[in-house]
Design a protein around this ligand. Structure first.
Ligand SMILES: Cc1ncc(C[n+]2csc(CCOP(=O)(O)OP(=O)(O)O)c2C)c(N)n1
Ligand SMILES: [Mg+2]
Length: 306
């Protein structure tokens, strides 16, 4: 199986042993991934601003998570996107679709020129990702609370079929206020799905408010543990910590894995960080200048909005 071979190659190349943590190679890798993440933020910003709308801060809180997963962890191959042995990735918080589009384009699943069509009539890049139109999208998500149960089903199917693929899913913290998340969490533990890893984007904001002024999730890690999951907490923007954490999966044999990623919504643009009003809003021309400076990019000409 030609593409299976590619998958195997990626696996052995991608999961770094802990012992290499401080080696120059390791340092070079971290810098490369940090550079990749910075470029990804610029691509997201460009795509959303030129497209005329999108969930910028929701995308920015998962940039490093997607970078580490796609560049080092996932056994996926754009040349053979439906390989039955591929790892699965689902973006349960589907409103961060543009983050997924930019990384799928960077990885070769999508033509990079497609990003320029975002927000324009006839585009296949919707506000939420469509699995029927886009290579590399495993599930159409956006209705919160659905992608995660879907990922549990995929992980269960992998166990039933004696497959070695793993399933990864990113969920929002506000999304965890949905009952379907907890039903699926209970079921995953009951089934012993240690081939499933949920990454919880714990940015403490939900749409236009603070999570704990709507429905608090605390004590979050304890809750998931009590549901039978093995839990690890990490700084969701710290690439070395993310590499280490994902490299330790499965955390405990027989239990599904939860990575609580402490993140900052809007990370990378000073005036957006942790400020709820930016959930779905674009900068005015003056804010745009600050944002471009923060992201290290040339000013954008967004004729559409100014
Ligand atoms: C079932 C459902 N209800 C409401 C929404 C509207 N909505 C879109 S994003 C969002 C906030 C989700 O919060 P969180 O999961 O914390 O994501 P973040 O805003 O941090 O990216 C909501 C309520 C939705 N997409 N789906
Ligand atoms: Mg949130």
């Amino acid at each position: 199986m030609a593409d299976g071979q590619t998958c195997e190659l990626r696996l052995s190349e991608t999961i770094m042993p802990q012992s290499t943590l401080e080696s120059p190679t390791r340092q070079a890798l971290i810098e490369e991934l940090q550079g990749f993440a910075a470029e990804m933020r610029r691509n997201i910003f460009r795509t959303i601003c030129l497209g005329g709308g999108g969930h910028l801060p929701a995308c920015f809180s998962i940039v490093e998570i997607l970078t580490v997963l796609y560049r080092r962890i996932l056994r996926v191959n754009p040349v053979d996107p439906k390989n039955p042995d591929r790892d699965r990735f689902l973006l349960s918080k589907g409103h961060a679709a543009v983050a997924l589009y930019t990384i799928l384009a960077e990885m070769g699943f999508l033509d990079a020129a497609l990003l320029e069509t975002y927000g324009h009539s006839g585009t296949i890049l919707g506000g939420h990702p469509d699995m029927h139109k886009l290579s590399g999208v495993e599930a159409s998500t956006g209705a919160l609370g659905h992608g995660f149960p879907f990922s549990v089903g995929m992980a269960l199917a992998g166990k039933m079929d004696h497959k070695s693929y793993r399933t990864f899913v990113v969920l929002g913290d506000g999304e965890c206020q949905e009952g379907s998340i907890w039903e699926a969490a209970m079921f995953a533990a009951q089934q012993g799905l240690d081939n499933l890893t949920a990454i919880l984007d714990y940015n403490k904001l939900q749409a236009l408010d603070r999570l704990d002024s709507i429905v608090s999730l605390e004590p979050l890690a304890e809750k998931w543990r009590s549901f039978g999951w093995s839990v690890c907490e990490v700084d969701g923007h710290d690439i070395p910590s993310l590499l280490n954490t994902f490299g330790r999966i499965p955390f405990e044999p027989g239990k599904p894995n939860l990575v609580v990623a402490h993140t900052i919504k809007g990370k990378g643009i000073s005036f957006m960080e942790n400020v709820p009003i930016w959930h779905y809003r674009l900068p005015n021309p003056e804010e745009m200048r600050t944002a471009c400076r923060d992201l290290g990019m040339d000013e954008l000409m967004t004729g559409k909005r100014e």
